[in-house]
Design a protein around this ligand. Structure first.
Ligand SMILES: O=C(COP(=O)(O)O)[C@H](O)[C@H](O)COP(=O)(O)O
Ligand SMILES: [Mg+2]
Length: 424
């Protein structure tokens, strides 16, 4: 009787941009060894059978013809600048090494390897996760459709803002601004990530004061504005704050991903009954150097699978250092399915120095209305006040989606005209 051959082991793949003055193939082999069964010397027990079962593999290696004048990162190795080269490397691991576990995936694909001595640059460009990961995690519970349903916005971008000043207002001052924004026709409001649970603006009091205004507005108009309350904290605190927001009739919570960490996010998402607005503050230390850290394409996959419904992607012509092409690639990747049967789409959140001016370019580049725009200063600093700021941003997006130039639309829309005259 012939036995059916065993199915080949399911593997995880990761792509890297590598820079080294050593032989790139050898360095890729070192990366694979260090991140799986090997270490700096052969050890007893690392048999050919064990390696066949557990070793990471170099699947692909392409040496690039980039010219590299100096090492991108410091190292204690002697580096001959003339020998510096960059390569695109794909490694793979059998899923049996770790199981379908996101926290352990990080140690495997983004662990010690950034520190290896012969490496003078290493960036994680992409990850491909096999089906067991899709089965093990919830992904976004609300995503685009659920967010649109709760915000009552069907076929246009969700127009949002951030409470500004970021910190300093107490609960009643925050609620007063929220009232003005609701009356101006806003769809979405978020706490700034700096606003937490300090004695000047305690979380519970803020949530109660804001939800009184939001619920009152909803009763009068039928529109419930979505407010993302920043519940970032320890797991028990986040759960308690989530329950309070839910009980008050709120429809969204926000967490700072790098603060709560992957385990905090997974714990929150497994029980959350509200969409999770994921703020990426700290992203700069993971990504700003082009030869270190993460690409957003790889990074956001982890958080979407963990359960993020809205992912921050920065914005065009932003106040930070990221160029527009990178922002657009980040937004598009949030709208690209993760798995064939489990797309895990998250709503991209455009933020950072956003005003009416970026609306046409953003729409043209994304080619979709599935986005949240959060303009803080860009709404609140409108010369006519925050209510007019909301009107102006809505008008700018109406024009952008209809293909009408902003200046033309502004002729019949004074709020937009005023915004175009000033910074906001
Ligand atoms: O407070 C703001 C923006 O305020 P403003 O609209 O006044 O600039 C946001 O925290 C970051 O800009 C987020 O950026 P990212 O999308 O990169 O996370
Ligand atoms: Mg902020």
């Amino acid at each position: 009787m012939s036995q059916r051959p065993a199915a080949p082991p399911i593997r995880i793949e990761a792509d890297y941009l590598l820079e080294t003055a050593s032989d790139p193939r050898k360095v890729a082999e070192t990366m694979a060894g260090e991140q799986s069964s090997g270490t700096f010397v052969p050890v007893p027990g690392e048999t050919p059978e064990l390696k066949a079962r557990s070793a990471a593999r170099v699947e692909r290696l392409e040496v690039l013809d980039d010219s590299v004048a100096a090492p991108s990162l410091p190292t204690t190795a002697a580096v001959d600048p003339a020998r510096l080269r960059r390569a695109r490397v794909t490694l793979s691991w059998p899923i049996e090494n770790l199981g379908p576990s996101l926290p352990n995936l990080l140690a495997t694909v983004a662990g010690n390897l950034f520190e290896l001595r012969p490496i003078t640059g290493l960036r994680l460009l992409d990850i491909r996760l096999p089906q067991p990961f899709a089965d093990a995690y919830p992904g976004p519970r609300f995503g685009i459709g659920g967010t649109r349903r709760l915000a009552g916005v069907e076929d246009r971008p969700i127009i949002g803002t951030i409470v500004k000043p970021s910190v300093g207002f107490g609960p009643e001052e925050t609620a007063a601004l929220v009232r003005t924004l609701c009356e101006g026709g806003i769809d979405f409001i978020k706490d700034d990530e700096l606003q937490a649970d300090g004695p000047h603006c305690p979380f519970d009091e803020r949530a109660r004061a804001v939800m009184r205004v939001v619920n009152d507005h909803a009763e009068r108009t039928g529109k419930k504005v979505m407010v993302a309350f920043n519940l970032t904290g320890e797991i028990d605190q986040m759960r308690r704050r989530h329950d309070l927001v839910r009980d008050l009739g709120g429809t969204c919570v926000m967490a700072s991903l790098n603060s709560v960490g992957l385990v905090g996010m997974i714990a929150l998402a497994r029980t959350s009954e509200l969409p999770i607005h994921a703020h990426r503050n700290g992203w700069g230390y993971l990504a700003r150097h082009p030869l270190l850290g993460w690409s957003y394409v790889a990074w956001q996959k982890i958080w979407r699978l963990a359960g993020a419904d809205h992912m921050h992607v920065n914005g065009l012509d932003n106040k930070f250092s990221e160029d527009d092409d990178s922002v657009v690639a980040s937004a598009r990747t949030c709208l690209t399915p993760l798995f064939p049967d489990k797309p895990c789409l998250a709503m991209p959140v455009f933020s950072s120095g956003q005003t009416v001016r970026q609306a046409p370019g953003t729409y043209a580049a994304l080619g979709s209305t599935d986005l949240i725009v959060t303009a803080g200063g860009g709404i609140v600093a409108h010369p006519g006040g925050p209510g007019e700021g909301v009107a102006a941003l809505r008008q700018a997006w109406e024009a952008a989606v209809a293909g009408i130039p902003l200046a033309h639309h502004a002729r019949t829309h004074p709020a937009l005209a005023q915004a175009l005259e000033g910074a906001a």
